[in-house]
Design a protein around this ligand. Structure first.
Ligand SMILES: [Zn+2]
Length: 722
């Protein structure tokens, strides 16, 4: 929520596309002043535009002492600009209000984009301190803008007259987006109501912080202590050594410690031979946060009630209705409809998988039905029996540079006509980062692209795309985009061989990348990836599927030493194994998405809920209560829904995937990898950003609304009808 308000105030400063379904760590606790403000302003590089091409940041020119003074000056300048717009004695016009707002905050934008990118890719103690110190200041800055009545009066006057002002469609859209954001932040409320909203916001902020802190403490607290090495049979020597070290660090010298990861299912469950220990690990995970010192259930039930109350104040039936209005899905009914339509196929497939697993249990002499702590262990045995896949053998055909250049760049060249040229002259923020200039089909220069693919200390886990400079025809700026991943880098002199998962992720992130780089809109607020949460993963997921397209594969999947193409049988195994266990994976995800929707469908008048009972009833109601397949997250540790920014939004990953699968199937039905298809998709989906409603864009591309068929086929849950 904070991110939304911030975006309201200062435009899409942090156009970060989250990719893996990990929420970024929530910023908590502020600390005393991290840095003394002694920097002489004239020597601070953030005080001027970068003179490099497309205003690419000059990473060689600044140090960490430059950030705070630049933020402070940036906020001061921005606030002065906003005050001047709000208090202008002239009648409000589109130019003197909305265009002026779009042009404001230049310096704050500049320093924010650099700083927040670096806190993700190259963090250090000082940067974390600055980040903590900035969090409340940036939040207050944003509130001071979005709750400014004089400013809102001008925005509203333009919005009310938008159809008489002879504006172009993108400008009408801008007027609507601004108005909606102000209203959604509470600008239309009475002073009493605003006071109530501020109080709820404050309580909300405290509760989500407390939720994150409790969860962190609880997860540490419930790590499973194992007495003997024998019980760990199935783990690798390296894992056992790590468990011994973890135990020692936690004061259990001579024992072994198994840490609990964030989802209900635990990775070690696929390996541990000892069924009792599997049960202990699973129960520690699944019952996390339900009792004891770090119980999160009172927080969960109050958060649900508080959000319903906030929604009611803003005129909505519940929090889901409020949240979804700003999304492509628009209503809770649309989300329940989409998920509900898939439940039968997904449950049917999951039951088939369960039958295979129960058969495997019998085959191994077990006399029991699969429980949640058995699933992954026996699924792994089923997988080995069915696919017999040697990951290391596969990796020999996926050498990093070949994947990037002959796979991803090749595809983008074939589909859109673009080229990537290395730019070793541009400064980078780490020696592993590589800069490129991207050229369009007609030879014109399009963007700067930084590739930051390798894991290192100080980099957040996962993979994502972000921008250092956003595209805007109004400001005359071109995109400066970065892709970040965590691929383990081979030692100097050796080729980096990567998994097929990492391969598809490179395609995925460059899908976000071109969404940013192809942006061709006037207003920065509407550019590139600044689309709704349930649309943003569509262009990235769409590009993923080229990784297995025959023309693309034959160009890049070659043995790193011999250059031989990947053998057909091996490739078939890789591709077939990707639909393995998809019933389980899809069902655990859908259960969590439905649970998130149910929590946020409560009305303000309903009492505080018993969390465990509410959850059980919600899963039963939707027919997704298979005992062996619990939701991916249970309410007491569902950070996306309760602690993070995905409340009533966890469904968004699948919504985007539906669009991607439907669009990709449509392209294949019209000839596949052709420039004609690429240009059509680019023009209707990628160039337009948020300059028109996303469903309008989709229909302009596809000729109709999407269906879920292609997604079910993509996940191997439905057979293709030719
Ligand atoms: Zn993504």
């Amino acid at each position: 929520m904070r991110k939304t308000l911030l975006a309201t105030a200062i435009g899409a400063i942090l156009a970060l596309s989250a990719c893996s379904d990990n929420t970024a760590p929530t910023q908590v606790a502020s600390t005393p002043s991290a840095v003394e403000n002694t920097e002489v302003t004239s020597s601070n590089p953030f005080f001027q535009q970068s003179s490099l091409q497309y205003q690419a940041p000059d990473f060689s020119a600044f140090n960490d002492d430059h950030f705070l003074p630049a933020f402070e000056e940036g906020m001061k300048q921005h606030m002065a600009e906003v005050e001047a717009i709000a208090n202008n004695s002239a009648e409000p016009t589109f130019d003197n209000t909305l265009v002026a707002l779009e042009k404001s905050g230049e310096m704050l934008n500049r320093v924010s984009r650099v700083f927040y990118n670096l806190t993700g890719t190259d963090s250090n103690e000082q940067r974390r301190k600055i980040q903590s110190e900035l969090a409340p200041k940036m939040a207050a800055h944003s509130d001071n803008i979005s709750l400014n009545p004089a400013l809102f009066a001008r925005v509203k006057a333009i919005y009310n007259n938008r159809n008489e002002l002879k504006l172009d469609p993108e400008s009408v859209r801008l007027a609507e987006v601004y108005y909606d954001r102000f209203v959604r932040a509470g600008a239309e409320l009475t002073e009493d109501q605003k006071t109530a909203i501020r109080a709820l916001n404050e309580e909300h902020s405290n509760l989500t912080t407390k939720f994150s802190q409790n969860l962190l403490a609880e997860t540490k607290n419930i790590a499973v202590v194992v007495e003997s090495k024998e019980e760990l049979a199935g783990l690798t020597d390296a894992q056992i050594t790590a468990a011994a070290a973890a135990a020692k660090a936690a004061g259990h010298e001579g024992k072994y410690l198994l840490n609990i990861t964030n989802t209900t299912r635990q990775p070690v469950l696929s390996q541990l031979d000892n069924r009792e220990l599997r049960k202990r690990v699973w129960e520690a995970s699944a019952y996390r946060g339900q009792s004891g010192e770090f119980d999160t259930t009172p927080i969960v039930s109050r958060l649900a009630q508080l959000r319903a109350t906030r929604a009611k104040l803003l005129g909505y039936a519940n929090w889901a209705s409020y949240g979804l209005e700003a999304q492509m899905a628009k209503t809770p009914e649309a989300v329940f409809g989409m998920l509900g339509s898939m439940v039968p196929a997904v449950v049917e497939n999951t039951k088939k998988e369960l039958a295979d697993i129960n058969a495997m249990i019998k085959q191994h002499g077990g006399d029991f039905e699969a429980q949640p702590w058995d699933w992954e262990y026996y699924a792994e045995l089923v997988r080995q029996a069915k696919y017999d896949l040697d990951e290391n053998e596969v990796k020999e055909y996926f050498e990093f540079n070949r994947v990037l250049e002959d796979g991803v760049f090749y595809t983008l060249n074939r589909f859109y006509g673009i080229r990537f040229e290395p730019r070793p002259d541009l400064p980078v923020y780490h020696p592993d980062v590589k800069a490129y200039e991207v050229f369009d089909a007609d030879g014109s220069s399009l963007a700067i692209f930084y590739a930051d693919y390798f894991a290192r200390e100080g980099k957040r886990g996962g993979a994502w795309m972000s921008s250092f400079v956003g595209q805007s025809n109004l400001l005359g700026t071109k995109p400066v985009v970065v892709n970040v991943m965590n691929i383990p880098k081979a030692p100097e002199g050796n080729p980096t061989l990567i998994s097929y998962d990492h391969t598809t992720t490179i395609f995925h992130e460059l899908g976000h990348g071109i969404h940013g780089m192809f942006s061709d809109v006037k207003y920065p607020t509407l550019a590139g990836t600044s689309v709704s949460r349930d649309f943003v993963e569509f262009p990235s997921t769409f590009e993923e599927d080229w990784a297995q397209h025959p023309e693309v594969l034959s160009n890049y999947a070659k043995h790193y030493e011999t250059g031989e193409p990947i053998p057909k049988e091996l490739l078939d195994k890789v591709l077939r194994s990707r639909s393995f266990n998809q019933g389980y994976d899809t069902l655990e995800y859908m259960s969590a998405a439905l649970l998130d929707m149910e929590w946020h469908s409560l009305s303000a008048d309903e009492p505080l809920q018993d969390v465990v009972a509410f959850e059980a009833a919600a899963l039963k109601k939707h027919g997704v209560d298979l005992p062996a397949v619990p939701p991916r997250y249970k309410s007491p540790f569902f950070s996306h829904s309760m602690g993070g920014g995905y409340s009533a939004g966890y469904y968004a990953y699948m919504w985007s995937e539906i669009l991607a699968a439907d669009a990709f199937a449509y392209v294949q039905s019209r000839g596949g990898l052709t420039r004609e298809n690429g240009d059509h998709y680019r023009k209707n989906i990628l160039e337009v950003g948020n300059s028109r409603p996303t469903m309008d864009s989709y229909k302009a591309f596809r000729g109709q609304e999407p269906t879920t068929d292609a997604l079910l086929i993509r996940r191997g849950l439905k057979t293709k009808v030719e």
